[in-house]
Ligand binder design. Structure first.
Ligand code: AMP
Ligand code: GLY
Length: 424
């Protein structure tokens, strides 16, 4: 089959690498892609915010399956437009993608499905926000209702800062903010592939959202990840599937807006049990890079089964018994104001390391053929190993071979989990 992948990040690069390893996939085309993706498959330009442009491209390249990576095209209805041309698509409808597109909508469906989450108030005025903040107390959690590329959430003990964020969000017309109770405990990302009825959970992963070591600095799109989690409760996946993922998929189907695609549950393992922090309607970035590094089931066949409502008869997933770690190399100034246009060297040497894949995110090809930085998160250096410690060593050895002036990355991705796993 021929697969069209929409997107341009390291997530899409990892998806493409897995698709290329599936014998049933004869060709992959990506739009718009990046410099690393262009080294492996044909890339095309497309306006990802325009559903008809995505659907036209799918028809033009004779795609048998379209895989939509980012949330923006999904929320805009790209999957609906592709399917209306009779082409199979992995990704939820615009209506179903509202689970990510509106935090208030997600809370409403969670309430219907009796899925455990933080108590929350949806507010439209700063007076309502102030009342809600005082009801829950510090630390305060204030979220922009709509898509905000990871920048919509403020968690702070400073009441003034919480109110300022709410005020900024509410200054836009028809805006809503969600104020919610603070959830303690480690965060886990659990993805499920679903066709709208059957739910197939993947491996749990952990994402490192803050820019600096020890979870210091500002929130980012994600600075690294590892999977699976040696410390997580043995029954976590079964428990979350039964209490969170399946009830959400059932509720969405009952509403007449079935969710088919990837349902991403962002979870907090609190002292009072598992709680949902958020849902996303797509593969997470950078967690996908590590989860797919461990998946041995052919990805194209799995995504096609989800896109054609055939997951109920799909064979059990096969996982490598090892671990994967990914380290994001970010441009100088990321996340506030990333610098672009710097040459990157050492990419080939890094990719030649055992067990290592260098996935590109913000990269482009310069006129002289060199590869340059073109975005905030530039690379996602991913390594597989028999142990978490080996995967870490391999990932950092590869990162250390890469040169990008002013770049920064965290040195502590998976460090604590690897040490604990070795009994330290
Ligand atoms: P979200 O966009 O909802 O995933 O929020 C981004 C990040 O903010 C999450 O990954 C958490 O680290 C943090 N966060 C969100 N909601 C809460 C909460 N209720 N309690 C504590 N931290 C939260
Ligand atoms: N890793 C967080 C996200 O994809 O939203």
């Amino acid at each position: 089959m021929k697969v069209l992948v929409i997107g341009s990040g390291a997530r899409e690069h990892a998806i493409i690498a897995s698709l290329l390893g599936d014998d049933s996939v004869s060709e992959v085309v990506c739009a718009p892609g990046n410099a690393g993706i262009a080294q492996q498959v044909t890339v095309r330009t497309v306006d990802v915010t325009d559903p008809e442009a995505v659907a036209s491209l799918a028809a033009e390249v004779y795609a048998d399956l379209v895989v939509i990576g980012p949330e923006v095209p999904l929320v805009a209805g790209a999957a609906d437009a592709v399917r209306s041309r009779g082409i199979a698509c992995f990704g939820p409808s615009g209506a179903a993608a509202q689970l990510e597109g509106s935090k208030a909508f997600a809370k409403q469906v969670m309430a219907e499905a009796e899925v455990p989450t933080a108590m929350a108030h949806v507010c439209t005025t700063t007076d309502e926000v102030a009342t809600a903040l005082d009801q829950f107390g510090a630390p305060y959690v204030v979220k922009d209702d709509g898509l905000a590329a990871g920048k919509g959430v403020v968690v702070t003990s400073d009441r003034h800062e919480a109110l300022e964020h709410a005020f900024a969000c509410l200054s836009r017309p028809d805006a809503k903010v969600v104020v919610e109770e603070y959830l303690d405990g480690p965060e886990v990302s659990l993805f499920a592939i679903t066709d709208g009825t059957t739910v197939v959970p993947l491996q749990p992963a952990q994402d490192f959202k803050r820019a600096g070591d020890g979870d210091s600095g500002p929130n980012t799109g994600g600075m690294g990840a590892y999977a699976p989690l040696p410390w997580s409760p043995r029954d976590l996946v079964a428990d979350v599937t039964e209490r969170v993922l399946q009830p959400m998929v059932d509720a969405m189907r009952r509403r007449g807006t079935p969710f088919a695609g990837l349902l991403y549950a962002g979870l907090a393992l609190t002292s009072r049990g598992v709680r949902v922090v958020e849902f996303n309607a797509r593969f997470g970035d950078p967690e996908t890079q590590v989860v797919l590094a461990n998946l041995r089931t052919p990805l194209g066949q799995l995504l096609l089964a989800a896109a054609t409502e055939k997951l109920d008869t799909f064979p059990r997933l096969v996982w490598d018994p090892g671990f994967a770690v990914t380290v994001v190399v970010a441009a100088e100034g990321y996340p506030a104001s990333p610098r672009t246009g710097d040459v990157i060297s050492g990419l080939e040497a890094a990719a030649e390391q055992a067990g290592v894949d260098v996935f590109h995110a913000g990269t482009s090809v310069m006129d002289d053929g060199n590869i340059a930085s073109a975005g905030g998160r530039v690379l996602s250096v991913t390594a597989h190993g028999e142990s978490l410690a080996q995967a870490r060593e391999r990932a950092y050895a590869a990162v250390d071979l890469i040169r990008l002036e002013g770049s920064h990355h965290r040195r502590d991705i998976a460090e604590r989990a690897a040490n604990e796993a070795m009994g330290e």
